[in-house]
Design a protein around this ligand. Structure first.
Ligand code: NAP
Length: 165
């Protein structure tokens, strides 16, 4: 399993149920990377998508403890045990953790790689990601040149996990 996320300088990732930045090139990277793959998300992240609808042309797996929750086009899992059972059906390289804060921070240790878009900015936030730079189990294996959208500078980075759970 892999993780894909965009973070501010202080590892902030969300505010009021939404994203912090509007970065078309990062959206394009996210789409290219996850298209025709499996995306795993918490229910809040599903609800943050337009109309609360799943991502097109991807297998969408949504975590919720609510047994009554359903959404067309989504596979629902009610626990991490159920999730890990479901994930046995897929090649782990094709599975992407796409948020949000709770799911990333509880499952990142199970990921072999993290695609982290680092935005050189600080924004008001209520949701944060684990600091991968301060974690000796993870190392930076790739950092792109600086990109810029809407006046915001950012880089695409790949971190690898030495101690996958
Ligand atoms: N920057 C980025 O790249 C990025 C990417 C994605 C999301 N985000 C942001 O992250 C924020 C949302 O994150 P969040 O932490 O609030 O929510 P989240 O991780 O998307 O979803 C949390 C929900 O998932 C369900 N859940 C969590 N653990 C579970 C488990 N073990 N078993 C079953 N269900 C489980 C629960 O739903 P129930 O309450 O229904 O049980 C829980 O309330 C938003 O601001 C969003 O925009 C940012």
């Amino acid at each position: 399993m892999k993780l894909i996320v965009a973070v501010a300088r202080n590892w902030a990732i969300g505010n009021n149920g939404g994203l912090l930045f509007d970065l078309p090139d990062d959206m394009a990277f996210f789409k290219d990377t996850t298209l025709n793959k499996v995306v795993v998300m918490g229910k809040n992240t599903l609800l943050s998508f337009p109309g609360g609808k799943p991502l097109k042309n991807r297998t969408n797996i949504v975590l919720t403890t609510n047994k009554d929750f359903s959404e067309e086009g989504c596979i629902i899992c009610h626990s991490y045990d159920e999730l890990f059972e479901e994930l046995k059906k897929y090649n782990s390289d094709d599975v992407f953790l796409v948020g949000g804060g709770k799911i990333y921070n509880e499952l990142y240790e199970y990921c072999s790689e993290a695609y982290i878009t680092k935005v050189d900015s600080i924004a008001e936030a209520d949701t944060y990601l684990h600091n991968f730079d301060g974690d000796s189990n993870w190392y930076l294996s790739y950092a792109s040149e600086v990109h810029e959208n809407n006046g915001l500078k950012f880089t695409f980075n790949t971190y690898k996990n030495n101690a996958v759970k």
